[in-house]
Design a binder for this molecule. Sequence first.
Ligand code: F0G
Length: 463
Amino acid sequence: MAERPKKKSWAEPFKIKMVEPIKMTTRDHRQECIKEAGYNTFLLKSKDVYIDLLTDSGTSAMSDNQWAGMMLGDEAYAGSENFYHLEEAIRKHYGYKWIVPTHQGRAAEHIISQLMIKKGDYIPGNMYFTTTRLHQELAGGNFVDVIIDEAHDPTNEHPFKANIDLQKLEDLIKKVGANKIPYAAIATAVNMAGGQPLSLENLRQVRSLTQKYGIPIIHDATRVAENAYLIKEREPGCQDKTISQIVHEICDLTDGCTMSAKKDCLVNIGGFLAVNDEELYKKAQNMVVIYEGLHTYGGMAGRDMEAVARGLAESVDFEHIKARVGQVKYLGEKLLGWDIPIIIPIGTHGVFLDAKRFLPHIDQDNFPAQALAAEIYVESGVRSMERGNVSAGRDAKTGKNRRPNLELVRLTIPRRVYTQAHMDVTAEAVLEVFDNRKRVKGLRFTYEPEYLRFFQARFEPAS
Ligand code: F0G
């Protein structure tokens, strides 16, 4: 007789109404594909991928409710009904007053950076995100990382690794002066740290410090509901709050947000900028017409805005978010059980392999995380993404690779797309590579683009 289970199983809180077949390929074929893609998983064709864990961005499955909303797209150039529904949803769930729709998150980053940053300014943030930092730099600003040191240590078990080091923040304000700091850029569920959450307590402290100096906070709300779930789980005094209440509390402590709706909001495309300052809103409204489209669609079709509005409401549902973050935890715990080095605590939207400990024989300038992502693909058809030295880019002053402490491969889980069985297969694929890790070789560039090089760079094996 089989052994009785020690704990109760859990299952996805949805059933599947429509399926999309996926295909397993041969190792020989994948070997060809990765070579052709210059050992960059961004350059693979999706038809050659078995389980696609490249990103959780725009890859989620929409609900029947969202698809029904798509049919109600009011495709008017101006004043679409769906815009007003979106505006209402953002006001209700996040609480920000003024909304400018954009086609995705980086467009909102572009607008806010151009409007608020002057040449020579400093923008403190809790670890960089690739597009966010680039837009700050293109506007003439300097990004300064003020996240707690624990965030840069993949083995540190701090429950809120997205927290801001108040000392670092105040030191910066004193050094450069508050008038050189247009805003603090605070992200929830910090992506590059491994999907690590920010605590409410820390955000309150950041709020009172920045308020003292008259510095506003712009919130990267891309994964705010996922952060709220981990606050509910981990932060003392928050267990009885709803996800919705916590999300509201976070947003209330900030002055505006940039949003990639392609993550938390469960859509394939969309985003927005939301602010409380009416003057700033008017300027953003004026700018969106140059780069995105009219201020009541900003690069989205009416149906897309409807799907965002509905997805946003679904994102703060407890059963949804518990299963979403729970699935990430399920995969992470499997890998931890086999002593595979991953970032701990397990974060919100993916499991992050620590390539420095996984492949200690490869120097960081031969891009161990890039090589590991390529190897996992060849082994199994599972596509992941590098988040290390390639993503970090070169230091603008020295021209050298930044060699960040975190050299990671992200196995990112799309929302509501894969089952626990896919997670089992993924875990076993990573284990297979781990058992044969000594065979993996480093890489060197054959082509290096100027901006956001990780997207289009090409490599070859370093001899
Ligand atoms: N901020 C965060 C925290 C993000 O993760 C992303 C995108 C953006 C902003 C930019 O939004 O893609 O809609 O323009 N992250 C994706 C990822 C690309 O794979 O992590 P976007």
